[in-house]
Design a binder for this molecule. Structure first.
Ligand code: ADP
Ligand code: ZN
Ligand code: ZN
Length: 731
């Protein structure tokens, strides 16, 4: 009798055994979805194995209710990857498998491809004078668009360029006989001018190295300063791979932040491409997923979760900005897409490229151990000159004065030379604190016990930790004083200061608040690209990936917050951020200038970073980590828990600690439990227990033995808990 072992989303660390369905004798292939009775209801699961024995007594086994997929939707490649990830991150296999599936397939939806359409004008439609449609402006809008694009437009293009109700307008136009729809298997980017640069020598060497490894597993660490042409190297390698009929998988930190990167892919390749981002509907996501799985999509570009995209014949994986924190999932199944990618490339026996101007210390460590191959781009592709740095001591600046006179003069000079300045501050809103001078009261989020940020324009006090919002109070609730003072500054305040200081200059603010609505980011980026003589103000969103050809000056307002953080990774993050922000200057013809305002002008980290560059900094930092026995020389996992009452957290973590201690030797440390660095969030008290070992295998074995038991403890039911392997934010 065959028994099927099914992965079902549930917090339990195992598969569930079922008998074949009563009405069917045909075998079910691993990777197919089934509907099964589970508790008092039904669940959708995926068959992973077929066996003939079970630890459950036969009489208790239930039959599968029905088979959803007649052919598997998950390949053995992905099933193996899921097993590996479940084992490495100690997350239940059922939930890992469910994460792999697009939302539509977590339900009973059939895994079938819906045809995509391309709409184009008919010959009648081509001859319509758009002016005659002035009473139907939406029709006029779409006819004009389609007349300009005789090859037609697909859904994505109409959605972004057309009116909101484009679907119903298209229907009307089809009825009129002006437009017709054709199905295509998958949209190919509309033909644009093919842009290929002649690679410089370093770029050529890098892409040759990657291409010559095209049938083997090899990890390349592509270390290239901003503007050195890493993207061109990716494009060259991908071109070669897709010519051999295989697929490329490209991960980027955030798609909305990298429209330029997408445009470069579209300009270079006239092949079907699948783009996976958070804004697409479940239906579109399913289509894209299936097109990647059946090989129709030659290139797949996506964010973190796209690492699980099925590929018929994987050829190369590229991880752009590999140091970026967004590759680590920060809740639930806390995987690192970068690390899984390396594992996936190994399983598929293909090359993988980890690219960045600021490679993570983990990656540099692997280079030093000769596990990864280092490729370097040391020159800017367009300008010969590198940017120059000035450190400005702001210890004597009055606290209300945000810009030093050096910064003001520099901005003035660059504006006069038709340049553009970027003013960087990693804090949005108007002011991080609203204080009563009379009694010392300040506005605090009661759910997080942290100050609320004042947002002046919207007149709200917002908690940046839990999202809570309150109207701005005019009087102090504690002493009824009518004067409340904003303390400190965020981007909204800087924006205002700059407006006063540089009247008549266009100031473009880019942060989460100004780009919340769809399309706003693109609009602001266009403005920034179009204008010289303007100032950009923004948070770390601006540090990521954008190519701003006009920026010639970068001013970092406050570079200090990373120096004294208890998190051992804080200096690495600060260095990466500074270099990434600085990289926005001087990307095109102009050489760049960077001003860093700080209260610690003598800080060795800052000095080394500025005089010797990121690589030198990183090598020093690695030595420090080795001396202090910190990651990557140490392997860590963090058990986190939170609950309305801290006792429950404490009891759970103590219990877990006991479990770990019973199973381990003295080389493994178990530290805690202690309250989390943010001890309360959204009304929940938070605590953590750190497990660390110099031996990865020992740590893994310990977690493998203990976590499933800890999960089933009674104390676990009173908390929300998670295990985080290779934690990125420890303290
Ligand atoms: P990175 O990804 O390393 O920041 P990019 O690939 O974006 O660098 O390249 C920076 C700029 O230089 C882009 O505008 C790109 O088109 C241009 N570029 C890259 N390589 C070359 C080359 N070999 N010749 C001319 N221009 C190039
Ligand atoms: Zn008061
Ligand atoms: Zn809060």
């Amino acid at each position: 009798m065959s028994i099927y072992r099914v992965a079902i989303p549930s917090p339990l660390y195992r598969l569930f055994d079922y008998l074949p369905p009563l009405n069917s004798a045909s075998p079910i292939h691993p990777g197919s979805r089934v509907k099964v009775p589970f508790g008092r209801s039904y669940r959708i699961g995926v068959v992973l194995e077929q066996t003939n024995q079970s630890s459950v007594i036969f009489a208790k086994l239930k039959p599968i209710a029905n088979i959803i997929d007649s052919t598997p939707i998950l390949s053995s490649e992905l099933i193996n990857l899921a097993h590996w990830a479940s084992d490495y991150y100690h997350h239940p296999i059922g939930e890992v498998i469910s994460t792999l599936l697009p939302p539509a397939l977590r339900k009973e939806k059939p895994a079938t491809l819906k045809p995509s359409f391309i709409w184009s004008v008919t010959s009648t439609g081509a001859n319509i004078q758009p002016d005659t449609l002035h009473k139907a402006i939406h029709q006029q809008h779409i006819i004009t668009l389609l007349q300009q694009q005789p090859a037609g437009l697909n859904q994505e293009e109409l959605k972004s360029k057309g009116p909101e109700n484009w679907r119903s307008v298209i229907k009307t136009l089809i009825k009129k006989g002006w437009v017709h729809a054709a199905t295509t298997a998958i949209p190919t980017p509309a033909t644009q001018q093919n842009v290929t640069h002649k690679l410089n020598e370093e770029q050529q060497q890098a892409s040759n190295a990657i291409i010559s490894a095209c049938n083997t597993f090899k990890v390349f660490a592509l270390d290239g300063i901003t503007g050195s042409g890493k993207t061109e190297v990716y494009l060259e390698a991908i071109e070669h791979i897709i010519q051999t009929g295989r697929q490329a998988l490209v991960l980027v930190p955030e798609i909305g932040l990298t429209p330029q990167l997408l445009n470069r892919f579209k300009a270079r390749f006239q092949v079907p491409m699948a783009i996976l981002h958070s804004a697409i509907s479940d239906g579109e996501r399913l289509n894209t997923w299936l097109q990647a799985a059946n090989g129709q999509a030659h290139i797949v570009i996506g964010t973190r979760s796209a690492i699980f995209t099925p590929l018929l014949s994987p050829g190369i994986i590229i991880i752009d900005e590999e140091h970026d924190l967004s590759y680590k999932q920060q809740d639930g199944f806390r995987y690192s897409a970068r690390d899984i990618a390396v594992r996936r490339a190994q399983g598929a026996n293909i090359p993988i490229v980890l690219g960045s101007a600021t490679l993570s210390l983990e990656t540099l460590y692997n280079v030093s151990k000769q596990r990864y191959v280092s490729l370097k781009l040391t020159q800017r592709a367009k300008t010969a000159r590198l940017s120059c740095y000035h450190i400005v001591d702001i210890r004597n600046l009055r606290s209300t004065q945000l810009l030093s006179s050096e910064a003001c003069t520099a901005i003035q000079t660059h504006l006069e030379a038709q340049g553009q300045a970027l003013v960087f501050l990693n804090r949005r809103g108007y002011a991080p604190i609203l204080l009563c001078h009379q009694c010392g009261w300040n506005a605090v989020c009661t759910r997080c016990e942290k100050p609320l940020t004042l947002h002046q324009k919207s007149a709200r006090l917002r908690c940046h930790h839990c999202g809570a919002e309150h109207p701005v109070t005019q009087t102090c609730p504690s002493c009824t004083n009518k004067e409340l003072n904003p303390i400190g500054a965020g981007t909204e305040k800087i924006n205002e200061t700059l407006k006063q200081r540089f009247p008549g200059i266009n100031i473009i603010r880019i942060d989460r608040d100004t780009t919340r609505r769809k399309g706003e980011m693109e609009k602001l980026l266009e403005q920034a690209a179009a204008g010289n003589k303007s100032i950009l103000v923004g948070t770390q969103m601006l540090a990521k990936g954008h190519d701003f050809p006009n920026i010639s000056l970068v001013v970092v307002l406050d570079a200090d917050y990373g120096f004294f953080s208890p998190d051992f990774r804080a200096s690495e993050r600060l260095a990466q951020l500074l270099i990434q922000v600085a990289g926005r200057a001087g990307r095109a013809e102009r050489p760049g200038e960077i001003i860093i305002q700080t209260h610690h002008p003598e800080h060795p980290l800052l000095k080394q970073l500025v005089t010797k560059g990121y690589s030198a900094f990183a090598q020093t930092e690695l030595k420090e980590r080795q001396k202090a026995q910190l990651p990557p020389y140490l392997f860590i996992a963090l058990l986190r828990a939170e609950a309305i009452r801290y006792e429950h957290v404490e009891v759970f973590l103590q219990q877990a600690k006991k479990q770990f201690q019973q199973q381990t030797d003295e080389t493994t440390d178990i530290l805690g439990p202690v309250p989390a660095p943010m001890p309360k969030r959204a009304g929940h008290y938070r605590g953590q227990l750190l497990v660390q070992s110099p031996h990865r295998q020992k740590l893994q074995t310990l977690l493998r033995t203990c976590i499933p038991t800890i999960a089933e403890e009674k104390t676990a039911r009173k908390v929300r808990w998670s295990i985080d392997v290779d934690t990125q934010d420890v303290y």
